[in-house]
Design a protein around this ligand. Structure first.
Ligand code: NAD
Ligand code: ISE
Length: 338
């Protein structure tokens, strides 16, 4: 049984605790910590886990074999570094860290440890539709890929959400997905600002991002974070001989009263429910069998941060911004995980 400690028991922390306590096999949540002690105590009491005053104390505990970091992005670096220093595997929700410099510090620490400990929560790699799309691409049946069209739509976002978060917090999922889907790197980013939605207050919403890949493939990503009607994730690849798109998720299609309708998920928890389950079960199984994570690595977290930084610069300047990655350390090989 893998004993897991969860740092950050907010929205996604609770969701991952629920799956580790009542859905998945081979795992037990033995410890929790949150900067808000009331939230941590309520959670600890409910699931019978030890509550620690700080994430660092949780990481040091002998009752914790592996750590899950679900706190706010700017706090990820300190906990990931502490887990590496303790030699414990750590699953960090996206983003790995909020600056590429912080991601580089994590890469250095993991390289000094000598083997992989870090996995980053880019769950789209575990989603059945994205996996099926990648598999169609791999068979060559639509020919060489030329373009991909993506949309990432949230019904609404919290009050603290700022315009650059459409890139660093939202489109960062497409950044990782695109690198994985095409086994390629993004080499430049442009960001266009369409007419502003009146539903987003001062937010510059929507945005239109354009990624160039080293193969010449172009990927456009619409982010709309006040779309109201639900959580809608789209992706279509245009190849030389055909196209392939993410399919409908609904097991049932309803036609009534002059309408033909599929339900739209409310949020990421509903849309990626199964993907998070697979992501965590594969992580748990990997740690229990070989002791090493095999999903999205610290390198993937770093690469996403560099592209995301380029996107922020492109948004501010209106210019095309090239992406320059550091040399990939040997530890991460050339494989694209999961
Ligand atoms: P949230 O605000 O609901 O929860 C975060 C929790 O972390 C809060 O309870 C807060 O008190 C706690 N916290 C903050 N600083 C802390 C610290 N220094 N030490 C310990 N606890 C601390 O946020 P959320 O929506 O659950 O997001 C958390 C992380 O998960 C973010 O990095 C976010 O980007 C990521 N996320 C990923 C997905 C996904 O689809 N993979 C979806 C949502 C959120
Ligand atoms: C949130 O943090 C996520 O990661 C969701 O998957 C994404 O859709 C949302 O825009 C982010 O704020």
């Amino acid at each position: 049984m893998l004993q897991v400690g969860v740092i950050g028991t907010g929205m996604i922390g609770q969701d991952h605790i629920r799956r580790m306590t009542s859905v998945l096999a081979g795992v037990r949540v033995t410890a929790v910590a949150d900067v808000d002690p009331a939230v941590a105590f309520r959670t600890g009491e409910r699931i019978g886990a030890t509550v620690f005053a700080t994430g660092e104390e949780l990481i040091a505990s002998s009752g914790v074999d592996a750590v899950v970091v679900c706190s706010w992005g700017p706090t990820h670096e300190q906990y990931v570094l502490a887990a590496i220093a303790a030699g414990k595997p750590v699953f960090c929700e996206k983003p790995l860290a909020t600056t590429q410099e912080a991601c580089l510090r994590i890469l250095e620490a993991e390289a000094a440890h000598g083997s992989r400990l870090v996995q980053v929560g880019y769950m789209r790699r575990y989603d059945a539709s994205y996996r099926a799309l990648k598999s169609v691409l791999g068979t060559g049946q639509i020919g060489a890929p030329l373009m991909m069209h993506c949309a990432h739509r949230n019904a609404s976002v919290p009050g603290f959400y700022e315009k650059e978060m459409a890139i660093t917090d939202t489109a960062v999922h497409e950044i990782d997905m695109v690198r994985w889907m095409f086994d390629d790197e993004i080499t430049a980013v442009r960001v266009l600002t369409p007419r502003r939605s009146s539903l987003g207050g001062d937010l510059q919403d929507p945005l239109m991002l354009l990624f160039e890949l080293s193969s010449g493939v172009l990927v456009d990503v619409e982010t709309s974070v006040n779309i109201r009607y639900g959580y809608d994730i789209r992706g279509e690849i245009v190849g030389e001989e055909g196209t392939a798109a993410l399919g409908s998720l609904s097991p049932v299609h309803v036609r009534r009263a002059g309408l033909s309708a599929d339900p739209v998920p409310a949020d990421w928890r509903e849309r990626f429910l199964a993907a998070y389950d697979v992501e965590f079960q594969e992580w748990i199984d990997a740690l229990r069998s070989g002791g090493r994570p095999v999903g999205p690595s610290a390198w993937d977290g770093y690469a996403a941060a560099v592209v995301s930084d380029a996107g922020v610069l492109a948004l501010r300047s209106g210019e095309r911004v090239p992406v320059v990655l550091a040399e990939r350390p040997k530890l991460y090989g050339m494989e694209v995980a999961a």
